[in-house]
Write a new protein. Sequence first.
Length: 83
Amino acid sequence: MLIGVSHAGVRLDPLACITKEILLDNSTAHHHHEFRITMDLMRDGRLRTGPIHSRTIGLDGLAEAFAALAAGREAKVLVSPVG
């Protein structure tokens, strides 16, 4: 499972994927209406982000957050433009 984007290239062996019946799926973006649905689910408490959300930071904490993510110390950091 790879969630996110690797800063380095990722090698993929198509034959191994076929023989091991590995399913590859991706999404490079979301649709605007899906974002609204997700925000409503989070606001209502129907979607719990606690298990995957490490913390929320302001824009001034981006460099440290990327370092923590790259080092594997965190799983998901949300960025709030208002701090």
